[in-house]
Design a protein around this ligand. Structure first.
Ligand code: RIB
Length: 333
């Protein structure tokens, strides 16, 4: 690895002159500065970011922790985070927990040891021990898309109750009376809120659901497929399903296909998120759209505004979803 000493030897100056030249010090003449930069480039010098972070007190990097990198919902959040970070000269270190609380804790610890300037967490769960411990440290952070109700911390989330209401009322308006629900993990607030609202809206319309039509899953396609198979194989099966995210809905579409059920003729299906796959011509999923990219942007704008300041107000931001009606919903057959 090329060091500052190698450049100094090449140019014939001292290592401290090289160091000053590379950090743009006005004490170095333009001519020496240029020679040092050219030599650094020629030799393939990469600066030691950790050492630099120690000197500057900033790594110019933030951490982003997501629960499932294969779900493009989180890719859209990452895009929003990346846009804002890049424009401000920050890098983003992305970690994927695959839904594990232990990995979340170890990534938070790793990123703090790597001296990131702040964190954006899309992984919060109810009674999340990591969020609680992080709130007792000096590291600024913000939750995005999921909250941990018992820790008072900044967040940017979607209005899950309003979104679930849009989904269920759409199905009821179409004439469905037998509506199932496949949730995400029971320890994720958005999953619980969507389920609670599903039940409430049914009640408000004088409807109820068979217990066999309702379950928590884990926001993955495989879990959606498995739950879909089970619910759609029932003798008394629902005519519609509200899946608590689009990836789960894709799994339900697979299950319907396996069981020779047509969508929307035999089954209406609504997802949640409006990920890019939802609008593909052969999928055309009716869904509740979240402003995901905007969530990532707003969270990062707040985080960067906090860095280096002591008096920034916390941010509690709830963004409104909207219903996108496509071809997976229709009147019951
Ligand atoms: O698809 C992942 C889900 O997890 C999203 O609906 C989001 O709101 C989060 O809670």
């Amino acid at each position: 690895m090329v060091t500052i000493k190698d450049i100094a030897r090449e140019v014939g100056v001292s290592p401290s002159t090289v160091s000053r030249a590379l950090s743009g010090s006005p004490l170095i003449s333009d001519e020496t500065g240029e020679r040092v930069r050219m030599a650094a480039q020629r030799l393939g010098y990469e600066r030691n970011e950790l050492a630099r972070a120690l000197v500057k007190g900033s790594s110019e990097a933030i951490g982003l922790i997501v629960p499932d990198i294969t779900n493009t919902f989180f890719a859209d959040i990452a895009r929003g985070v990346g846009e804002v970070a890049h424009a401000a000269g920050y890098g983003v270190i992305l970690c994927n927990t695959i839904g594990s609380i232990d990995r979340e804790a170890s990534y938070i610890s790793l990123l703090r040891r790597k001296q990131v300037d702040g964190l954006v967490l899309a992984t919060a769960t109810l009674n999340d021990p990591s969020t609680r411990s992080l709130s007792q440290t000096e590291t600024p952070f913000i939750l995005v898309s999921r909250i941990c109700r018992d820790v008072d911390t900044s967040y940017v989330i979607g209005n899950d109750r309003a979104g679930a209401r849009l989904a269920v009322e759409h199905l009821i308006e179409l004439g469905h009376r037998k509506i199932g629900f496949i949730g995400g993990p029971a320890n994720v607030q958005s999953s619980r809120d969507r389920r609670a609202t599903y039940r409430k809206v049914l009640r408000q319309h004088g409807l109820s659901a068979d217990d066999a039509w309702v379950c928590y899953a884990d926001f993955t396609q495989a879990a959606g497929r498995e739950a879909g198979r089970r619910i759609l194989s029932l003798e008394n099966r629902p005519t519609a399903i509200f899946a608590a995210n689009d990836v789960t809905a894709l799994g339900v579409l697979e299950a319907a296909d396996e069981l020779d059920l047509s969508v929307p003729e035999d089954l209406s299906l609504v997802g949640y998120d409006d990920i890019s796959y939802a609008s593909l011509p052969r999928i055309q999923l009716t869904t509740v759209a979240q402003p995901t990219f905007k969530m990532g942007k707003i969270a990062t704008e707040w985080l960067l505004s906090v860095l280096g300041k002591e008096d920034t107000l916390p941010l509690y931001r709830v963004l409104e979803p909207h219903l996108v009606v496509r071809s997976t919903t229709a009147r019951p057959g």
